[in-house]
Write a protein that binds this ligand. Sequence first.
Ligand code: FE2
Length: 207
Amino acid sequence: MKAIHPECGKKVEIYKDIIITPFYTEEFCDYLVDTAKYFDGRFIEHIKYGNDGETNDTAPWNVLHMCHISQILFEDFCGHYKKFVLPLIRKNFIVSGINAWYSPFIIKYDKTGQNVNLHNDTSGFTMNVKLNTNFEGAELHFPRQGWSNKDIPKGWCFLWPSQVTHPHEAYPLIGGTKYTLASWTHPISWSPDEQFASVYHDDIIID
Ligand SMILES: [Fe+2]
């Protein structure tokens, strides 16, 4: 079975700093979805993006980390990303690169009405791969870019710089079960006392 789409990194569209390219073959997406279904009981609750930190029945979303399925699958993912996707990042963002990858995770949306509120990620770059299409709703929407992943084909990925410019939200799930593979890279990290000093937002009190 071939995992990487033959046109990964070759067929490319860039829209408002969102890089779009095929990543996995449809066959490999089916394999990942079947694997996710087999390990359905091993999904864990991940970050909640409810209203102002509030949680509700639809805000928590469930994830299965690729490194828990297989470490060599995770390393294989990073190898493909480095070979085919990283050159696109370097070409588009010029001096930006990637220090390291966190384990990608399969996100499952299976509750009607389940959504993710508008947020930024705490990642350097975030990449999503659409693993299936037999569901309704739950598209990922980027209001500043006026773009959604609704028409992205199965197996294609899209990636974006995560922390400021590309806030995004998942619309409510209407029906079926949606599976997405999400990848976060390490952000640029500074030790607190690097460059002499830091002041933190929450420590400044305005009268
Ligand atoms: Fe996100």
